[in-house]
Design a protein. Structure first.
Length: 75
């Protein structure tokens, strides 16, 4: 059975900007897990399908072309 919580119990953890609709969360967020590991802001347990670009410090981490070139090089 799911543990239901009232919104007031999350006030110290969740910040919502009414003007921009941005949501801020204290600590870390776990997807497909209730116990995020490490000191990561986002921890995903399992596979992910991502559209767009994954950036590290504002720079693309890798592109589809990079992955394709690596696959071709490795044979």
């Amino acid at each position: 059975m799911a543990k239901n919580r009232e919104a007031s119990q999350f006030n110290s953890l969740v910040n919502v900007n009414d003007t921009t609709a941005q949501v801020g969360i204290a600590n870390s967020v776990g997807i497909n897990t209730t116990a995020p590991q490490g000191n990561y802001a986002l921890y995903v347990q399992g596979d992910a399908n991502i559209t767009g670009t994954i950036n590290t410090n504002g720079n693309p981490a890798a592109t589809l072309a990079d992955a394709t070139a690596l696959a071709i090089a490795l044979g």
